[in-house]
Ligand binder design. Structure first.
Ligand SMILES: Cc1ncc(COP(=O)(O)O)c(C=O)c1O
Length: 362
């Protein structure tokens, strides 16, 4: 039996516009090969930086393009958070968490519940620490691992708390463009009058293998991180960035997003229908975009124990992200569409197994 995976962070191959990207790469090399194949600045491919700067209405100097979002975050936390306090929502994306630990930051947590971020707890944590956090990190839209989105009022309140405390906030908008229903909510970057550090990635909107992360930084930090990038890898890989630039220049991005989000919606709908049919007693928040959905089993159930015993399907327990042990994160973008219902059926079989009590994080 082939294993069906809901466990990864990736996208199914049919969601990646590979033929068009091959053509974009060839055009980019043909038209700007001497620049793309040479060393450049630490900040990334200038035409793409300029294009993004124009879209976000900032000076291109503030835009840094890194080899994927995670490398940018790693540069940032190594620059600013070594031995310092950093405050994050929890559970969160484990790549960000391990970058923070790798940089030697002291991580302070504010809980993210089903009804949103515990803002009072966040404010209390900030007030109680003897050393003010040097940064806050949040994924307000279609969060990893919960799939949740922070509502409009909560965003305002979050901005107000962090601005008043003078804590630079990193907004990770990696999934923000993947909305397939409901109304778009302003980013923290927009709400805060560009005071927030905005970041996103082309990993889900175009292709993860191109490795292009986007950062919009205050001037001083843009200069520091460009130098740090320069010291670390001289220039980020320019071919992926130039390919994305060409993809945008020929106006392929918007139509691609429309098709991609329609495909993601179909996958979300298929997963929701399968869950309602095969595991009607399990609750979950229905995401309006992104790629993740989180299942909530009865409290006290050890989701990891169940997943370890199930056959033919993989998924990650919420505890892998610091979330509740009775939760399971499902990625509906990685399996093929016709694998989703059989995968949920296999998962449903596991849920009928004798539950085991949670014995601690490991
Ligand atoms: C919230 C979040 N941010 C960033 C990333 C990584 O982006 P990149 O592939 O650009 O490093 C991921 C990948 O899973 C993610 O879940």
């Amino acid at each position: 039996m082939d294993t069906i995976s809901f466990a990864g962070d990736g996208l199914a191959a049919d969601l990646i516009p590979s033929e068009e990207l091959a053509d974009c790469a060839a055009t980019a090399l043909g038209e700007d090969g001497s620049r793309i194949l040479s060393y450049g600045t630490g900040s990334g491919y200038t035409p793409l930086r300029e294009l993004i700067a124009e879209q976000l209405q900032v000076h291109p100097y503030r835009v840094l393009l890194t080899n994927g979002w995670l490398q940018g975050f790693s540069l940032l936390v190594r620059q600013r958070a070594q031995g310092q306090n950093a405050i994050i929502e929890y559970p969160t994306y484990f790549g960000a968490l391990s970058a923070l630990f790798g940089a030697g930051a002291n991580v302070i947590y504010a809980d993210l519940h089903e009804d949103g971020l515990m803002l009072q707890q966040l404010a209390d944590q900030i007030r109680m620490t003897s050393q003010k956090p040097v940064l806050a990190y949040t994924i307000p839209t279609f969060q990893n691992p919960t799939g949740q989105t922070l509502g409009y009022e909560q965003r305002w309140e979050l901005c107000r708390i962090l601005l008043r405390a003078g804590i630079p906030t990193v907004e990770d908008d990696t999934f923000g463009f993947l909305r397939f229903e409901g109304e778009r909510i302003q980013t923290l970057f927009e709400m805060s009058g560009q005071a927030t550090i905005y970041s996103t990635s082309f990993s889900y909107t175009i292709a993860p293998g191109l490795r292009v992360g986007v950062w919009v930084l205050p001037n001083d930090l843009a200069a520091e991180l460009s130098t740090r990038a320069n010291d670390t890898y001289i220039t980020p890989s320019l071919l992926g960035q130039a390919t994305i630039y060409e993809f945008m220049r020929r106006e392929a991005f918007e139509p691609h997003l429309i098709e991609l989000t329609a495909n993601l919606k179909e996958r979300r709908d298929t997963m929701v229908a399968a869950l309602e049919k095969h595991v009607p007693d399990v609750s979950f928040v229905r995401p309006e975009g992104g790629i993740f959905l989180m299942l909530k089993l009865p409290p006290g159930t050890d989701a990891k124990g169940l997943l370890d015993r199930v056959e033919g399907v993989t998924a990650l327990p919420g505890s892998a992200f610091g979330g509740y042990p009775h939760t399971i994160r499902l990625n509906f973008a990685e399996p093929a569409l016709d694998e989703i219902e059989p995968g949920i059926e296999r998962l449903a079989a596991a849920l009928t197994l004798e539950p085991v009590a949670f014995e601690g994080y490991n």
